[in-house]
Design a protein around this ligand. Structure first.
Ligand SMILES: *Cc1c(COP(=O)(O)O)cnc(C)c1O
Length: 498
């Protein structure tokens, strides 16, 4: 299998696409085909461990990795040390037809751990395969959770370094502390005086800049990406759609072949795109429900087929979804454009020059056979956290609650009662102030910091506080660099030259 750029300019092996992150023409790497997994093969996965299923599913995408390499990488990533649940991504049933896929049992308490524990191994192997002697310098823009997950994944991995740009003042206190207290000799954290889109656009510009590549080359470094624009980030996320399905079949909740809906709290469109890829591989998914917060650019897009970014950017209590430019949508557009890179390129040019593009009624109709989209603002999210706790005695973080709210709306509007899986993308302990405020009201949390809120949350919910949160207040701050939006290149070069 080879990889194409969505903008037509490149063809690469799997390991090259993972090593380079983004194609040189600015496009995203997409697999030349979707390997199929028949229902018979899917049945064989039932009852297997997460690691075994992961290795089996990834294998077909990774032709220039040996089966032994994939097995080793998967076993090294998904250890009992790093994940506090033996299932890695346990599925909890909170009602007969509503299941919650908990993706937050890794080191940083958010779903990005699933991909970012594996990616460094895939990159290290890719460097070997391509005889790459330079240090692979990962550059990451984060809306809050990717940053810490990338830092933890790459920390002290030989032959790599990891530099994270986060919107200064635009992430939760716990998220910021998690990042700036990171250890390791090869980790760097830089606050950018702007929002996530500024940081992401800045990183994309660096990748697109020949001059930057030359400067990096001169100091023996190859820039690469750990954002979900890297196929190596996306592939590990395909796995848990399959393991959820086989788990529900094994438990007799659904029968093999029955359709399932997935509800995905969405920002950069990576997680939900992995679900789309799983569907293309043959997993019986009926609907992929795209849930946004008040930054509802995707909900609008799936309603009228126009992607429109000239709008107000809102800070919400689900900061990892505070995004107006969803990079991975480009991969979906590529599929619905009939894999025509010219068309994708023209849409992306319109987006860059005028802030919007339209895909036309016919393509929209096709997309809406698979996708359904809506959003929840902060009040709705807050109410949903309380409703789910009162009704099901289950605590959701704000991102997960956005999805839960959108599912409720979906069912009301369509009457579709297909069993649904809500992707729980973060632990409620990562956002304990907002969660507690939602559960107990404003007065109850007055004067309490994140740690006091976490204590209280543990008391009322009975869900044990993860040790990562308990420890956080004690760790020393190790990173304090801040830069302007147009000073990112200088900042990263100076960090890497330290
Ligand atoms: C990153 C993130 C999301 C959004 O995922 P995308 O792949 O960017 O759509 C949702 N919830 C949490 C907690 C996240 O960290």
């Amino acid at each position: 299998m080879s990889f194409f750029s969505t903008r037509g300019g490149a063809c690469a092996t799997t390991s090259q696409s993972i090593l380079w992150g983004l194609a040189k023409d600015g496009g995203l790497f997409v697999p030349s085909m979707f390997p199929k997994l028949s229902l018979e093969r899917l049945s064989l996965l039932c009852g297997k461990s997460y690691q075994e299923q992961a290795a089996r599913i990834l294998r077909d995408f990774m032709e220039d990795y040996s089966i032994a390499e994939i097995n080793e990488a998967v076993d090294a990533a998904y250890t009992a040390d790093a994940f506090d649940a033996p299932e890695i991504t346990p599925v909890r049933s909170i009602a007969d037809d509503v299941h919650v896929l908990e993706l937050f049992h890794g080191p940083t308490l958010a779903f990005k751990d699933i991909a970012l524990k594996l990616l460094p191994h895939l990159i290290r192997l890719a460097a070997e395969k391509n005889d790459e002697k330079r240090e692979v310098s990962i550059l990451v823009a984060t809306s809050g959770d990717t940053g810490k997950a990338a830092l933890e994944g790459f920390k002290d991995v030989p032959g790599t370094s990891c530099t994270v740009f986060y919107p200064y003042g635009g992430v939760s206190r716990v998220q910021e502390l998690q990042m700036v207290t990171t250890g390791g000799e090869n980790t760097h954290v830089i606050g950018v005086k702007g929002n996530f889109d500024n940081a992401q656009t800045g990183v994309k510009k660096l990748f697109g800049s020949e001059a930057f590549h030359e400067k990096m080359n001169a100091i023996g470094k190859l820039p690469s990406s750990a954002n979900s624009i890297n196929f190596g980030r996306l592939a590990p996320q395909i796995v848990y759609y399959f393991t959820t399905y086989t788990d529900l079949v094994s438990r007799g909740v659904i029968r093999m072949g029955q359709g399932l809906n997935f509800v995905v709290p969405t920002g950069n469109f990576g997680d939900i795109l992995a679900g789309y890829y799983a569907m293309r591989m043959g997993l019986p998914i009926r609907k992929l429900i795209c849930a946004s917060n008040r930054n509802n650019v995707l909900a609008d897009f799936f309603r009228d087929g126009t992607y429109y970014t000239h709008r107000t950017f809102f800070k919400t209590m689900s900061p990892s979804m505070d995004i107006l430019i969803s990079s991975n949508l480009e991969r979906l557009l590529y599929e619905y454009a009939g894999r025509d890179p010219e068309l994708v390129r023209s849409w992306m040019q319109q987006l860059a020059s005028s802030g919007s593009f339209s895909i036309g009624a016919q393509r929209l109709e096709e997309m809406r056979k698979v996708f359904w989209a809506d959003y929840a603002d902060d009040n709705m999210t807050s109410d949903e956290i309380r409703r789910v706790f009162d009704l099901h005695n289950y605590v959701m973080d704000p991102h997960t609650a956005v999805a839960s709210y959108v599912l409720k709306n979906y069912r009301k509007q369509t009457g579709d009662r297909t069993p649904a899986v809500i992707l729980a993308t973060a632990s409620p302990y990562k956002f304990s102030e907002d969660v507690l405020r939602s559960l107990l009201g404003e007065e109850a949390v007055a004067g309490m910091d994140a740690f006091a809120c976490a204590e209280k949350l543990q008391e009322i919910s009975g869900v044990p506080m993860p040790k990562q949160v308990a420890e956080l207040g004690q760790l020393p701050i190790r990173h304090d660099t801040v830069c302007e939006v147009d000073g990112m290149e200088e900042a990263v070069l100076s960090e890497l030259n330290k």
